[in-house]
Design a protein around this ligand. Structure first.
Ligand code: ADE
Length: 415
């Protein structure tokens, strides 16, 4: 089977979406042009486990144009854009994805991405890397290296490394400055609000919004919510981040306090059970719960299910749970990442930098394959700077250069 998608007749619409994304991803398009002739991926199978979006399509097309045989499976069962998947299938990308896969279908897709014995493995969240290590170690023979798109995935792969189980080097694309400062902060900041608004159409101005976690994602969400006129509370476990949130002008308090006053809650911690029974018990009638973290573990949906006497779908991606005392609690996108399930994920402009880093990291793995150990590596600084330089160039923004005297001054201990 060359591909499996929901409906191939959606391909023309998907192509339009990809074209739109491409027009806003000039850095990836420039990199595509640079290596179009030399075909650095010729003869290599590349397995991608990414949200199947129009932006991912721009990356997949690029890797194909570089000569790769590209396999694409989803990194979340609900984030696939079916029209995009159809368009890619028609273009010769091996896509195995549709929106609403059940757990067996999701695992089946992972098994295909592993079964082709890829040379390069690109992941978002770690499901494919973990699958290769746990369920298909025999298929990891040809793997030269892998990359990881997100914080949660890097945490999982570093755990494999710590246990001495990592079978190939992995570049933590997430940890590139040109990734997390922009994608995690401004990308998630905007797209999370986009998801919340598409699902609810509530007015944010005047609402009390509670953001759990003040990492780069939490920072972005808190700042954008404030920009829309919400009164924002941050909850944290890390004293330094909590202090930063305070001095950034947010209210900081424990979730047990925030739960009593919040109108809308957004989790962005990467950890489980951040909102659980003891918090839901304190919430106001009408409280809205959304998750922006990679996995659907941050809001305890099982607690919500157990506590409720009834449940009904009010709008797409919006479920109402009724508690025994009549209070209604609203859960968005089944507790999965709201920006990709209820909206379209990050805007193309920011994925431009993330996926430029993905593409360049694959080239780095190939160029350095004899030197790299079975470890998780950060993106080289030069690559980060190159992506920033290209992005600025495509935005038409010039910056200053140090004069020779300034360079000398900075290298010297003399004043
Ligand atoms: N992760 C967050 N937003 C995304 C997007 N638009 N495409 C792929 N992965 C994403």
């Amino acid at each position: 089977m060359e591909f499996k998608v929901r409906d191939l007749s959606l391909a023309p619409q998907g192509r339009l979406q990809i074209e739109w994304a491409e027009a806003h991803m000039p850095v990836v398009v420039e990199l595509r042009r640079r290596y179009r002739e030399s075909k650095p991926l010729a003869g290599l199978r590349v397995s991608l486990c990414l949200h199947v979006t129009k932006e991912t399509a721009v990356l997949a097309r690029t890797l194909k144009e570089w000569g790769g045989e590209v396999y694409l499976v989803p990194s979340n069962p609900l984030s696939t854009q079916d029209d995009v998947a159809a368009a890619l299938a028609e273009e010769g990308i091996h896509v195995y994805a549709w929106r609403g896969m059940n757990p067996e279908e999701y695992e089946w897709a992972l098994s295909i991405a592993a079964s082709v014995e890829p040379s390069l493995v690109v992941d978002d969240g770690g499901d494919l890397h973990v699958y290769m290590h746990e369920k298909a170690p025999d298929k990891a023979r040809n793997v030269i290296g892998g990359t990881e798109e997100t914080t949660t995935g890097v945490i999982r792969e570093k755990a494999l490394e710590r246990e001495g189980r990592l079978m190939y080097p992995i570049i933590a694309v997430n940890n590139a400055l040109t990734k997390y400062l922009f994608d995690n902060r401004y990308g998630t900041g905007q797209s999370t609000i986009d998801g919340i608004l598409r699902a609810t159409n509530i007015l944010l101005a005047g609402k009390i919004a509670v953001v759990a976690g003040y990492g780069w994602v939490g920072r972005g969400i808190a700042s954008r919510l404030r920009g829309m006129g919400a009164r924002v509370i941050v909850t944290e476990v890390d004293p330094i981040r909590a202090l930063e949130a305070v001095m950034d002008g947010f209210y900081v308090m424990p979730m047990a306090e925030a739960a009593k006053v919040g109108d809308i809650f957004v989790t962005a911690t990467g950890d489980r059970d951040v909102i659980r029974r003891e918090h839901i018990e304190l919430m106001k009638d009408g409280a809205i719960l959304a998750n922006a973290g990679h996995f659907n573990v941050e809001v305890s949906v099982s607690d919500l299910e157990e506590m409720s006497v009834s449940k009904r779908r009010v709008r797409p991606n919006l479920e109402e749970y009724k508690l025994p005392d009549g209070r209604r609690i609203y859960l968005l996108a089944e507790g999965r990442l709201v920006n990709l399930v209820a909206a379209e994920g990050h805007p193309s402009e920011v994925m431009d930098m993330s996926f430029a880093n993905q593409a360049l990291s694959l080239l780095y793995l190939l160029e350095n394959k004899d030197k790299l150990e079975k470890r998780v590596y950060d993106v080289p600084r030069e690559q980060d700077e190159e992506v920033a330089r290209l992005k600025l160039q495509t935005m038409g923004i010039e910056i200053d250069r140090l004069t020779p005297e300034q360079e000398k001054y900075l290298r010297s201990w003399k004043i």
